[in-house]
Design a protein around this ligand. Structure first.
Ligand code: BDP
Length: 726
């Protein structure tokens, strides 16, 4: 039995810590998965007995101090008692029962004396071990570098939050991907392109003098999932970010992030030498232009010594680029790469290019343009390829550049913010989507050549590897605009760390830390998350349909739009629904996009007998009475998919209502309210799309199907001039 004084002490400590961390008593989502909720008393006592002191086994650097303080914060909040902090005296002194020692192998006398299996882990990897010595048991958290130590601390905290104990610890891991980056599409006026969680968290105006505590919490959250870099500004970049005034602001953020192992990168506007440099050209082969970028890089590195490098969107959707001067993407990327190379920086050159003057099928264009450049990029260039060949849709086949450019490190770009998936009000767990893509087999080097192996460099032997996630972070109190959108940020970090992790396991890990460790809740909520992805595909774009969202803002259904400036901006371009049928012929008789995939993949997609239903209308144009495997006609099947999507959204809401008892009231109700919106919008999607397709097909409703409650004209008349993120 706990004594009254002990209980009182516990209460006081908890309250003090809550006040310290800024966490309110209501679950407002600010703490993300780093809530460090109190452990059951019996567990807490055992944990704190093994966490009496935290000792940094070497001189206290900012990174080790950050790791130590995080460990203390987490342990205090979970156990109610705060470990004593100690610093190495420099002399070797044996740890005692209940110590936690943190440090890097090479620099800590204690750790180097221990003969730990350091060779089992690589750069940025960690090892968390219980050591049984004659004076008692103690814990070691170690890595080859400070990032590894920080990640080790978070691994231990994750383990404890998920219900694990301190006994017999043996946790170790090494990230498989080198650059694990968020891409913020944040403008300098704080508007976030495709942002659904409020304004940008970067207060550019007040930086560098005024520093929001959020910057540190941002870094902690990212470090906890292994993210090691962030591109601060929008790919549709303003050149001003490269002026001294803004470099100083970025430098301030870099200083805050550095202890947490996070490097700063910037999106560079190609025409900056013209825009802000006083030159009259941005030709990559012009000596003045080359000098300008070299000097600009030197200037940035003087302010940010560990600056990561540049991300570039060039000759894409109106952005300037080397093509204006008749130069290739490789000419452009290599010129910038030469400017940052002396400082160890990289260039991430985006492959998201398509042109309104090019009649080629849009999904073919990036491959057509980049494939011939394979092998021509400098060593410090990564080509950043979007998922997928079109544009972050609820479902696309994987991009054929993965597996198609063996000589070039290809960086995966996922979109964490849900531009095309219901913004922040729809619960869609993207881990499931990303896992599907990463597991896809490119057949580049025979069976088993998965996209994951291309991205982590194993398939073609690249050391320089990367994964980028377009952030879903804003100033909203809960960061991501909804409780469940935090899971997408989390899952992105975990998959960037290891692209072969299971998305269901990641979901469970996140749920335990974010809501509750109760197995009934965790299993049920993980199921809900896993089914959410197929639900959204079904109520928005089933059977391989794509890009039929509202114009510009991409909110809601608008499959009928056919009057936009560029053909491939029009939804009708992607399905051409008419009395004769629906779909895009990408087989040899059509655009032949299937030829961009390796043999077995292209054959599978191109053949009606083998193409998965998921990609049917992406690759094939078919009559409405085409017979599906289950005997339904295509029309009946399309209707059934939309209906199923709505049913799934309804079922998700029901599931949450019964799971909600495991969750605090605030978040239970908030999630429930969001699910109400999702159900209503799923019905709207279903009704609007079916009203339109039925009109185009000129067919009757299949037996037993509910016709949409409104006319097609009604759905077409809806307008949303103030939809966010546009
Ligand atoms: C599209 C977005 C647009 C982005 C573009 C990109 O609608 O806001 O600028 O992608 O990735 O999906 O460059």
């Amino acid at each position: 039995m706990m004594t009254v004084t002990r209980r009182l002490h516990l209460l006081m400590t908890t309250l003090a810590l809550l006040a310290m961390s800024g966490a309110g008593l209501a679950e407002d989502g600010y703490d993300l998965w780093l809530r460090y909720a109190p452990l059951p008393a019996a567990v807490a006592d055992k944990v704190s007995a093994q966490a009496r002191t935290v000792t940094v086994g070497q001189p206290l650097t900012p990174a080790l101090a950050a790791a130590r303080d995080e460990l203390r914060l987490g342990l205090s909040r979970m156990t109610g008692s705060s470990p004593v902090l100690a610093e190495s005296t420099g002399e070797s002194q044996a740890p005692r029962e209940g110590d936690i020692v943190i440090g890097t192998f090479g620099d800590s006398q204690w750790l180097s004396a221990l003969d730990l299996p350091a060779d089992d882990i690589g750069p940025e990897g960690y090892l968390v071990r219980t050591i049984a010595a004659k004076d008692g048991r103690y814990t070691v958290i170690a890595g080859h570098d400070e990032r590894g130590v920080v990640y080790g601390v978070f691994a231990l905290l994750r383990h404890l939050q998920a219900g694990g104990g301190m006994a017999g610890l043996d946790l170790s891991d090494t990230p498989r991907v080198k650059l694990r980056l968020l891409n913020h599409w944040d403008n300098l006026d704080r508007y976030v392109e495709r942002g659904y969680a409020g304004q940008s968290i970067w207060d550019w105006w007040r930086l560098p003098n005024i520093v929001d505590p959020r910057y540190t919490d941002y870094a902690r959250a990212n470090a906890s999932i292994g993210i090691n870099g962030t591109v601060l500004n929008n790919v549709n970049a303003a050149a001003e970010v490269l002026t001294p005034r803004y470099i100083a602001k970025a430098a301030k953020l870099a200083d805050i992030f550095r202890p947490w192992g996070i490097q700063v990168y910037l999106s560079a506007r190609w025409s900056a030498p013209r825009d802000i440099g006083g030159l009259d050209t941005a030709d990559p082969l012009d000596p003045d232009v080359r000098r300008w970028w070299r000097e600009k890089a030197d200037e940035i590195y003087a302010a940010i010594p560990d600056f990561g490098g540049f991300l570039v969107k060039a000759n894409s959707e109106g952005q300037p680029g080397p093509r204006e001067y008749g130069r290739s993407h490789a000419d452009g990327a290599n010129m910038l790469a030469a400017a940052v190379a002396p400082h160890g920086g990289v260039v991430m050159w985006r492959a998201f290019v398509y042109s309104e003057t090019d009649p080629e099928d849009r999904v073919r264009q990036a491959y057509t343009e980049f494939k011939p450049l394979d092998g021509e990029f400098a060593d410090n260039v990564l080509v950043q390829v979007k998922n997928g060949p079109l544009d972050f849709q609820p479902r696309e086949p994987f991009h054929p550049m993965f597996g198609g450019m063996p000589e070039t490190p290809l960086m995966m770009e996922f979109q964490v913010t849900k531009e095309y998936l219901g913004f922040s009000t729809h619960l869609v767990y993207l881990g499931a989507l990303w896992e599907e893509v990463l597991d896809a087999d490119t057949w580049a080097d025979g069976q088993g050549s998965t996209v994951a192996k291309v991205v982590d460099g194993r398939l073609h032997g690249h050391e320089l590897t990367g994964m980028a996630g377009v952030a879903n972070i804003g100033r909203d109190r809960d960061w991501s605009g909804s409780d469940f959108d935090q899971a997408n940020w989390y899952a992105f970090g975990r998959l960037a760390w290891n692209p072969e992790l299971s998305s269901r396991d990641i979901a469970k890990e996140w749920l335990r830390q974010t809501f509750s460790t109760d197995p009934a809740f965790v299993d049920g909520a993980a199921d809900l998350m896993m089914r959410s992805r197929e639900a959204v595909v079904d109520y928005m774009t089933p059977l391989g349909l794509t890009h039929i969202m509202g114009t510009g803002h991409h909110y809601g259904p608008a499959p009928w739009v056919d009057d936009l400036g560029r053909p491939e901006w029009n939804p009708v371009y992607y399905h051409h629904a008419g009395p004769d049928g629906i779909g895009f012929d990408r087989t040899a008789s059509g655009s032949n996009a299937v030829e961009q995939y390796h043999g077995p993949v292209g054959e599978r997609f191109g053949d009606l007998a083998t193409v998965p239903d998921e990609y049917l209308l992406w690759f094939h144009r078919l009559p409405w009475d085409h017979e599906m495997a289950d005997g339904k006609t295509l029309w009946e099947s399309l209707v059934a998919h939309y209906d199923h999507g709505v049913k799934e959204a309804e079922a998700m809401r029901e599931a949450w209502l019964s799971l909600g008892k495991h969750v605090d009231e605030t978040r239970r109700d908030r999630v429930a309210d969001f699910l109400d919106v999702q159900v209503a919008e799923a019905r709207w999607w279903r009704n609007a799309c079916l009203a339109y397709f039925q009109d185009r097909a000129g067919l009757d409703w299949p037996a037993g199907v509910q016709p949409p409650p409104h006319s097609l004209e009604h759905y077409q008349s809806l307008e949303f001039p103030y939809a966010p993120g546009n």
